[in-house]
Design a protein around this ligand. Structure first.
Ligand code: FES
Length: 151
């Protein structure tokens, strides 16, 4: 593992400022093992500059609704002590692709159907008689807004 130089590392304040995350949150991620501080030759506690991308990934993944355990699982595939390269991130990208595609489909259906009948059984819209006459979906055992949640 190449020696860590001062150009490779940043203090926690810089990591917080650049990612827009509170220092307390950085410490929380560290406690959870999502990121790891390193010691410089001068025994200063610092983070690798590449941790900006890790923390940014955490922010994106949280916005996508991933639980901390899922985020931890993804970040655990990245190498420790060196800057992850494009191949390292491609592994994560590939493993998350199906979940992201599902979210895109759900968001697209939601955008398309939210002002129409969503098949929930309320029969409160005129189009309900078209798409879910007399709540035929409920009669068939469906629960929830099937016209949006069903893939
Ligand atoms: S919106 Fe609820 S059944 Fe149509």
């Amino acid at each position: 593992m190449p020696a860590i130089t001062k150009d490779d590392v940043i203090p926690i304040g810089t990591l917080a400022a650049r990612t827009g995350v509170a220092v307390s949150a950085i410490r929380f991620y560290e406690d959870k093992g999502l990121i790891h501080a390193v010691r410089t030759g001068g025994n200063q506690r610092r983070f690798l500059r590449s941790d900006i991308r890790r923390v940014s990934f955490i922010l994106i993944a949280q916005r996508l609704g991933l639980a901390l355990a899922e985020i931890e699982e993804q970040l655990a595939t990245l190498p420790e002590g060196r800057t992850p390269n494009v191949r390292d991130w491609q592994k994560i990208s590939h493993s998350m692709r199906a979940a992201i595609d599902d979210k895109i489909k759900l968001l697209t259906r939601t955008r398309a159907k939210l002002d129409e009948c969503i098949g929930c059984g309320c029969l409160s819209l005129q189009k309900c008689q078209l798409y879910n006459r007399d709540d035929k979906m409920g009669a068939a055992g469906a629960t929830g807004p099937r016209l949006v949640l069903d893939t």
